[in-house]
Design a binder for this molecule. Structure first.
Ligand SMILES: [Zn+2]
Length: 315
């Protein structure tokens, strides 16, 4: 396999002996950029890193041209988590949380993150391919301990696709000046797709018993991967795959780049303002201007009353 040391990437692969497909996502700087834009508490930051990684893994499984969005809504301290990925590899995300409820959590309790932070609610996936196209929507209750478990439930229940998923988040050590360490995240996903096309001819895929064995073996290789290995910035993606799956042969396809990039613009924000009732604009004014923050990247867009008037007059 060609060695790639790209910072943020998605690497699709196949396990040769069993024709199983998988994807590895590695984020070394993109998730740090996303978190730094917000300054979230660690628990929220970690959850958002997982959500962004999961979104990249799931989006990588689909053929689409547009935006894939993952969203959680729950009654816990973190009310909302949104992560989206474009088919060009731009990722972004944000969370909404109740700081008081978060601070009130028992730090010593050993509750997994989903019941602890998100509570009861749902995890939803949407694919938006532009106007006049169908929106694919998947939805599953938040009934796992982790986001990875919730997503695996979704595939098992709604799509009848056996799925193995692992997500890991890590943070580097603070530097000599005490600047906090950078966030990293990674995820590994294996799916057992129904045999189709040429794969039905595969000697293992065509043999149910051997295919079951191959799947169980692949899951145990996946299970053997530690969070430290998954997020190790000094372990190239290809080397990690080789380490885990070499017994059954593993082949990587060309990796694709991922990057933290918001799609907001003054024009988009203007469109949102124009969609609101004109007589509510005055109520949004603070210190003689209307300021709109992009929830994804925290960029501030300011509009003077004259600019607001011009927006509505133009519309
Ligand atoms: Zn933005």
């Amino acid at each position: 396999m060609p060695r790639l040391t790209m910072d943020d990437l998605i690497l699709p692969f196949q396990i040769e002996a069993t024709a199983l497909r998988g994807r590895l996502v590695r984020f070394n700087s993109a998730v740090d950029k996303i978190i730094t834009q917000h300054g979230y508490p660690d628990a929220v930051a970690s959850l958002l890193c997982e959500a962004v990684t999961l979104a990249a893994l799931l989006a990588g499984a689909l053929k689409y041209d547009g935006v894939f969005t993952l969203q959680t809504k729950g009654d816990g301290p973190v009310r909302l988590v949104v992560a989206d990925v474009t088919s060009a590899g731009a990722v972004r995300g944000y969370a909404q949380y109740d700081a008081e409820a978060l601070a009130a959590l028992d730090a010593a309790a050993d509750t997994p993150p989903v019941p602890r932070l998100l509570g009861s609610g749902y995890l939803a996936f949407t694919v938006d391919q532009g106007v006049n196209t169908d929106r694919y929507q998947g939805i599953v209750a938040l009934d796992g301990g982790t986001l990875a478990e919730c997503a695996a439930h979704y595939f098992a229940q709604s799509e009848q696709i056996a799925t193995g998923l692992k997500l890991a988040v890590a943070r580097g050590e603070p530097d000599a000046d005490g600047k906090p360490g950078r966030w990293r995240a990674a995820g590994l996903m294996l799916q057992r797709l129904p045999a189709e096309g040429g794969e039905a001819e595969h000697p293992v895929v065509a043999n149910q018993e051997a295919a079951d064995e191959g799947w169980n073996r692949a899951l145990s290789f996946l299970g053997s991967c530690t969070s430290a290995e998954l997020t190790d910035p000094n372990l190239p993606a290809e080397d990690l795959l080789y380490r885990l799956f070499h017994e059954d042969g593993v082949r990587g396809w060309p990796a694709e780049r991922l990057q933290a990039l918001c799609r907001c613009s003054r024009e988009r924000i203007s469109r949102v303002l124009r969609s609101l009732p004109r007589d509510e604009m005055a109520g949004l004014e603070v210190d003689g201007k209307v300021t709109v923050d992009c929830e994804f990247c925290s960029t501030k867009y300011e509009f003077t009353p004259a600019q607001i008037e011009a927006l509505f007059d133009a519309a």
